[in-house]
Each structure stands twice: as structure tokens, then as C-alpha cells.
Ligand binder design. Structure first.
Ligand SMILES: Cc1cc2nc3c(=O)[nH]c(=O)nc-3n(C[C@H](O)[C@H](O)[C@H](O)COP(=O)(O)OP(=O)(O)OC[C@H]3O[C@@H](n4cnc5c(N)ncnc54)[C@H](O)[C@@H]3O)c2cc1C
Length: 422
């Protein structure tokens, strides 16, 4: 019997992990993207951290009240241009409302995030690339008069959430201080080591390995932009720049660009793009074989194959805004002050994190259709790729998903899905 085709829209880490999970189950998969896999979205340029510690969604009362301290103009990582405020207001209102639900939403998110290192290890072992993952934890570093106090407060907060940490060793701190004070006056340091996290040595290679593995099981990759999705009683038509693809099932995994595709199906989604930047330092010495979050500088530096990748910023500038060269300059300046040799910095990169206002992902099904979605993975899409792929494979197969996905249904934003059969 001829199998139905499953079209996965979006070849970022989420779409490709789903494509692998479906292909592994013997399904006939077609992945559609306007660019080569892993190249066009956040999955290319993220900083590779398997952030098993980020079990709490971002919206919190303290951030709501103190967000102005994080603004770019005051030295922080958050940029909200004045021109975007009217368009952002409804999203910001929902963000504010989500602060009151933080405990509940942590209960929903934590079971997906906490096992992320094991889940990523399982996924990479399945596709024959276990070496892409390093399970060395990561460090969070503070500098200055309040460093110790801030470090102790973070240790208490993480302990309360059951996240394993330990003080960074004195020797490691001495090495860090030496590398930093070569470029800046010495100061107090404090650092916390997170022992249950990890990183990948190249996020793009993770996507490529997923694609290769899915293709070995028969998946096809097609390069085309998806314009719309039409649901019929017996099939779903995916209209692309290259023609129409007929599918039995469709999975929308289009990252920060997913909203128009869902809106065409009656689901209006408050999806925003939070742009981040990275720069890479070829051949630079890592201070550790693990990511380091410089908390006061809002910078994460991760050792990757043959280079360091440093990332920062959360820009709500809109998807199509031109890049801001001041941000790249400031990132390089700060890295220089942290003791990194920026003389061989490569071309900068910027890309959009797909963020829903409550910072929970959108995982579910468009009502009354065979169209599923996996979007809004915010700052932790690489972290959640393995578990999301399992959930989607369960949903497509009509098995009970291994985690409760009802909190991730996009109808939580109060926009009822309408029947879309034509
Ligand atoms: C600077 C930065 C650092 C980050 N660091 C980390 C980290 O350390 N750890 C972590 O877990 N996460 C991190 N993230 C977040 C993570 O990268 C994202 O959550 C994740 O990559 C989202 O994956 P995705 O597949 O949903 O989207 P994307 O990777 O953006 O992929 C979406 C794909 O869909 C395609 N597409 C969209 N619309 C269409 C259409 N209509 N037709 C055809 N194709 C379409 C795009 O071309 C793109 O290839 C970071 C993000 C940024 C920006």
C-alpha cells in the first residue's frame, strides 16, 4: 500500500529532528525549506548550549519590573526600538500576564527541559554522531564587588529548582582571572559550575547529521518557499514556489516565520522574533571545554570545533530589520575586555529566536486537521529538539505523547481554531 507523505515545513533543528523521528518510524517524509537545511534560521547560529537549567520560562515579575535595566542603551542585551512599540504592545501584555503563571508554566516546561542532555545524547547516538555532544556542564561568571553575592543568590535559586551546581574550582577561577586581567584591571570573580548541562561542537552539523540520517531512511529534501497550506477532506496541499505538494500530514516547523502559515489555517499566533548575534574567534583558546555565561556582560562563549562562538542580544527589531553594526562592535569590544583575542574574528551572524509571549513552545495540532506544529522554541530550540521530535512523532502516530502537550496548544492564546476543510 502506498504510504501517505508527511511534509515538514522548515529545515531548522526542530524540523530536521522531527523529520528524523518520523523517518525512523518508516514514514515517508518530505522536508521543505527555502534554504539548505540548517542555514537560514536560528539553528545555524545559536551558541550550542544544551540548557537543561532553563526550566523556568522567562516572564517573571522581577524582569517585568526591571526590564529597563536590561536595555541596550543602558548597556544591556535587550533592544526594543521605539518604532516597534505599538506592534509589540499586545505581545508585551501577554508577556506581562504570563509572569503571574510562572510557577504553573515551569511545571509544564521543566519536564521537557530537564532531561535535555540525556535526550540529545540519545538522539545523536541514534544518528551515529554522539561526538557532537560534550557533557561538561557550563559556567556562569560574575565580576566586581557584588560577584560573590550574585553567585550565592544564583546557587540558592538553582538549588531550589533542583538544578545541580557546584562552586567553580579555585584553580579554574585563577585561570579565568589571569586571562581577563591581561586585558583589564583585576577584580573580584565568582563563578558557578552547572554540572548537568552540555554543549554541541557545531549546531549546523547537528542539523546536517539529522538530515543525513533521515535521508538514509528515505526522506526527501526540497528547496522551496511555502506560500500556503490548504486542508481538504482527503489530503493537505502545500503550495510552494515550486508547485503544489500533496501530503497526508503536514508539520509546521518554520521557526520565527511560522505565524502566516498558521494564520492561513485560522490560528492567529502572537509569535515574535528575538534577534541574537554571534561572532566567532578562529583558533582562540577556550578558558574551558564548556560554555561560559558572563552574566554581567550578557555574553555566552562556547568552544566549538576549531573556534569559539560568542553570542549576545535580544533584539525585538522585527524579522526584516537590517543588522546593527554597533551591536557587533560592542560584542567584540567586550570580548576583548574579557581577555579574548578578537584579531581573527570571523564574519558576524544574526538570526531570530522564535518567541511566544509566555515562553512556552507551541506543540500541537490545528483543530480538525492533519496539520501539526512545533514552533516558538525561544532561546532553547536546540535544547528541546530531541524531546520535541519525540512528541511530534507521538502526535502524528496518534499515540499518547510521553509528556502532556496540552499546555503547548496554540489555542491557549484565546484564538479559536476554525474548521479549515474546504
Ligand atoms: C544567537 C542565538 C543563540 C542561541 N543559543 C541557543 C543555545 O545555546 N541553545 C539552545 O537550545 N537554543 C539556542 N538558541 C535558540 C535556537 O537556536 C532556536 O530556538 C532554534 O534554532 C529554533 O529552531 P527552529 O527549527 O524552530 O527554527 P529555525 O532554525 O529558525 O528554522 C526555521 C526554518 O524554517 C524555514 N522556513 C520558514 N518559513 C518558511 C517557508 N514559508 N517556506 C520554506 N521554509 C521556511 C527557514 O528558512 C528556516 O530554515 C539561540 C538562538 C539565537 C538566535
Amino acid at each position: 500500500m502506498k504510504q501517505e507523505q508527511i511534509a515538514v515545513i522548515g529545515a531548522g533543528v526542530i524540523g530536521c529532528a522531527i523529520a528524523w523521528a518520523l523517518s525512523r518510524e518508516g514514514r515517508q517524509v518530505l522536508v521543505l525549506d527555502r534554504a539548505p537545511p540548517g542555514m537560514a534560521g536560528a539553528s545555524f547560529g545559536n551558541v550550542g548550549h544544551i540548557a537543561a537549567e532553563l526550566v523556568q520560562p522567562l516572564p517573571s515579575r522581577s524582569l517585568l519590573l526591571g526590564f529597563w535595566r536590561e536595555l541596550y542603551v543602558l548597556g544591556g542585551a535587550l533592544d526594543i526600538p521605539l518604532r516597534r512599540i505599538p506592534a509589540l504592545l499586545p505581545w508585551a501584555r501577554r508577556f506581562a500576564a504570563a509572569t503571574a503563571l510562572r510557577e504553573t508554566n515551569t511545571r509544564h516546561l521543566a519536564p521537557l527541559v530537564a532531561p535535555a542532555v540525556d535526550e540529545t545524547a540519545r538522539l545523536l547516538a541514534e544518528i551515529g554522531k554522539p561526538g557532537l555532544l560534550r557533557r561538561n556542564g557550563h559556567y556562569e561568571v560574575w565580576r566586581g564587588r557584588k560577584a560573590r553575592k550574585l553567585c550565592a543568590a544564583q546557587a540558592t535559586a538553582t538549588a531550589r529548582l533542583g538544578i545541580p551546581t557546584e562552586p567553580a574550582g579555585a584553580e579554574w577561577l585563577r585561570g579565568l582571572a589571569a586571562s581577563i586581567s591581561a586585558a583589564a584591571p583585576p577584580g573580584d570573580f565568582a563563578a558557578l559550575k552547572f554540572t548537568g548541562t552540555g554543549h554541541v561542537t557545531d549546531p549546523w552539523q547537528v542539523v546536517q547529521a539529522l538530515v543525513d540520517a533521515a535521508m538514509l531512511r528515505g526522506a526527501r529534501i526540497a528547496r522551496a518557499e511555502v506560500r500556503s497550506i490548504e486542508v481538504h477532506p482527503d489530503r493537505v496541499d502545500v503550495r510552494t514556489t515550486g508547485g503544489v505538494e500533496h501530503a497526508g500530514t503536514v508539520v509546521i516547523a518554520a521557526g520565527a516565520w511560522a505565524a502566516p502559515l498558521l494564520e492561513g489555517l485560522g490560528l492567529r499566533v502572537p509569535l515574535e522574533a528575538a534577534r541574537g548575534y554571534h561572532v566567532e574567534l578562529a583558533g582562540a583558546d577556550p578558558v574551558a571545554d564548556a560554555p561560559i555565561l558572563y552574566a554581567d556582560h550578557h555574553i555566552v562563549v562556547t568552544p566549538m570545533a576549531g573556534r569559539l562562538r560568542a553570542s549576545s542580544y535580544m533584539d525585538f527589531v522585527g524579522l526584516d530589520a537590517p543588522p546593527d553594526s554597533r551591536k557587533i562592535d560592542r560584542l567584540l569590544q567586550r570580548l576583548g575586555r574579557l581577555g579574548y583575542d578578537c584579531s581573527r574574528a570571523g564574519a558576524p551572524w544574526w538570526g531570530p529566536r522564535p518567541v511566544l509571549p509566555d515562553y512556552l513552545p507551541g506543540i500541537g495540532r490545528v483543530p480538525d486537521t492533519r496539520v501539526f506544529y512545533a514552533i516558538g522554541h525561544q532561546h532553547i530550540g536546540l535544547t528541546l529538539a530531541a524531546v520535541t521530535a519525540q512528541l511530534l512523532a507521538d502526535l502524528v502516530a496518534q499515540r499518547t505523547p510521553r509528556h502532556d502537550v496540552r499546555p503547548f496548544d496554540l489555542r491557549r492564546f484565546g484564538v479559536p481554531g476554525r474548521r479549515v476543510t474546504v
